[in-house]
Ligand binder design. Structure first.
Ligand SMILES: CC(C)(COP(=O)(O)OP(=O)(O)OC[C@H]1O[C@@H](n2cnc3c(N)ncnc32)[C@H](O)[C@@H]1OP(=O)(O)O)[C@@H](O)C(=O)NCCC(=O)NCCS
Length: 211
């Protein structure tokens, strides 16, 4: 796993660092800044994987296709860059073999040194460890470069794959937040998983790759 420290240029431009890691199968996972040019591929994958993603994604009054227009992506990129400029977010796309394969985001409250994660991975990589490595990279960056102390992940009941990622990376389930948010068209209970800085050395890269 490798990453470059946050540079002044990255902060001014609202860019994410480029982070790289390797899955247990030897696949290289790269996280980088979202680009306008990702619009077509993002739309194609998200429409194809609606059944996988929508049940656990924030609700919207818009239809799934209407949420995935080129304009929607451009707005998402602009917001992501604005948050990265003021250090209230770390927003990345996941690439595998040079192709877009998902997104991994962190919303950051630097005043309280805490962050909340978001993630999706294309179904063509399901179970390959791409999501686990992406989250691991973002966690390392939040703890080691941004000084975050606590990271949370609200996970809807029934979202087994995401709960497995949290568990494998050492997150602790603090309890259930009832009717926490509307995902997939209905309000759902979400388990609150958290990882604090003191937990992190115990969940280092060596433990993951040794699996
Ligand atoms: C959840 C998600 C990100 C997992 O990505 P991924 O790259 O497949 O995750 P990994 O390969 O790292 O797998 C993590 C674990 O989940 C398991 N897993 C993967 N897909 C699974 C599925 N459909 N059902 C059950 N378990 C699954 C893996 O086997 C692995 O378990 P293990 O550690 O026991 O081997 C992806 O399925 C996704 O985008 N889902 C829809 C969006 C979503 O739920 N986002 C999170 C919102 S909180």
């Amino acid at each position: 796993m490798s990453w470059a420290p946050t540079s002044r240029a990255q902060r001014i431009l609202g860019a994410a660092p480029t982070l790289c890691g390797v899955t247990r199968c030897g696949t290289t996972v790269t996280l980088r800044t979202p680009r306008f040019a990702d619009a077509g591929e993002w739309r194609r994958i998200r429409l194809a994987d609606q059944e996988l993603i929508e049940p656990f994604w924030d609700h919207s009054e818009l239809s799934w296709p209407d949420r995935h227009t080129r304009g929607a992506w451009l707005r998402e990129c602009v917001s992501a860059r604005r948050r990265m400029r003021n250090r209230s977010g770390l927003h990345t796309v996941i690439e595998v073999d040079g192709r877009l394969a998902g997104q991994c985001d962190a919303w950051i409250d630097l005043f309280h040194c805490r962050s909340e994660l978001g993630l999706w991975v294309a179904s063509r990589h399901a179970g390959d460890g791409v999501g686990t490595v992406a989250v691991q990279l973002v966690i390392a960056y939040l703890f080691e470069d941004l000084g975050v102390e606590r990271i949370t992940a609200p996970i809807a009941k029934g979202n087994t794959a995401t709960a497995r990622i949290a568990q494998r990376l050492g997150f602790v389930c603090e309890g259930v937040m009832r009717s926490y948010m509307s995902v997939g068209g209905q309000r759902r209970d979400h388990a609150l998983w958290s990882l604090i800085r003191a937990d992190w050395p115990r969940t280092s890269t060596s433990r993951l790759t040794a699996r």
